[in-house]
Design a protein around this ligand. Structure first.
Ligand code: RIB
Length: 296
């Protein structure tokens, strides 16, 4: 079965700061680097580096060719990437001393994706294939509806969370991957067990995965509910950890791993990601994750 990731590509401008800039404050950064990123891009790279073929569809603009080259270099199929007449999406990312981040996103070409582009791409996929989505491109609702109508299994990481997400037909998803903040926003609950319960009641046919950062992650499907712990690591930069987790989880399940083993592998991959700087650049390769898993 094929995995189609219809997702964003971004140029990440990353500034190291002593703390997140406050309103009215001018804050010198201690370091500046440019990385490849975008939730969609990071997730495609994670799937490919985990050893599963993936097709990345989306849009980039002027100055974004190196992102496409980077996907190609990791054997991601870029046949459905279009060049748009607007700039490539970019992010301004502050990374604080504890590795936490604050992100301002300029969508650019990611929001220039048309329904025609979506239709022509989906025409090449069918029942049983996976359609992976985030919330950084245009027409997420149309993608879910059209994907479901074709019998695709839709996996969504609805990040960044906004009012659009709450209006999406999330009941059509095969799998929903959210972090704790997104789960709280979606369910209106503060405690993880209550969030998980509400997700199960609201989307009974959907697998819900809630990532908890240093607290690990929870899996809820109609068949089982369990928690896996996170690895303890020195945090350098948390950017892209959720994307690494999502990509590795999906790739591992597609490789036939049982849910718990796939969740443990995804957690190990995310731990490696946070121990390095950058988003896409910090997504580990499969061999490294095996070592990390054994090191627990
Ligand atoms: O999830 C991390 C990503 O979010 C960054 O790479 C940035 O581009 C934003 O989209």
């Amino acid at each position: 079965m094929a995995i189609l990731n219809f997702g964003s590509l971004c140029i990440d401008n990353v500034y190291r700061v002593p703390h997140f800039v406050r309103p009215g404050e001018t804050l010198p950064s201690t370091d500046y680097q440019v990385f490849a990123g975008g939730k969609g891009f990071n997730q495609s790279l994670a799937i490919a580096r985990a050893g599963t073929p993936v097709v990345h569809a989306g849009a980039y603009g002027a100055g974004g060719e190196w992102l496409v080259d980077m996907l190609r270099a990791d054997n991601v199929d870029v046949a459905h990437l279009h060049r748009a007449g607007v700039p490539t999406g970019h992010a301004v990312i502050q990374v604080a001393e504890d590795g936490g981040n604050a992100i301002v996103l300029f969508p650019g070409a990611n929001r220039a994706i048309t329904r025609e582009h979506i239709d022509s791409t989906l025409a090449g996929f069918g029942a049983g294939d996976i359609l992976l989505l985030q919330n950084e491109i245009s027409h997420p609702g149309y993608l879910i509806e059209q994907g479901a109508a074709r019998g695709l299994r839709i996996v969504m990481n609805p990040a960044p969370m906004d009012t659009v997400v709450k209006a999406l037909p999330l009941h059509l998803l095969h799998m929903l991957v959210v972090n704790e903040v997104e789960a709280e926003d979606l369910t209106g609950r503060q405690y993880v067990d209550e969030m998980v319960q509400v997700l199960g009641e609201r989307y009974p046919d959907t697998i819900s995965v809630v990532t908890l950062g240093a607290g690990g992650a929870v899996w809820l499907s109609p068949a089982e509910c369990f928690h896996v712990p996170a690895h303890k690591v020195d945090v350098v930069d948390t950017t892209g950890a959720g994307d690494t987790f999502t990509g590795y989880l999906l790739a591992s399940l597609e490789q036939g791993m049982a849910p718990e083993a796939a969740m443990r592998r995804a957690t190990a991959a995310a731990a490696l990601c946070v121990s390095r700087a950058g988003a896409a650049d910090s997504v580990p390769r499969a061999g490294e994750v095996t070592v990390a898993s054994h090191a627990r």
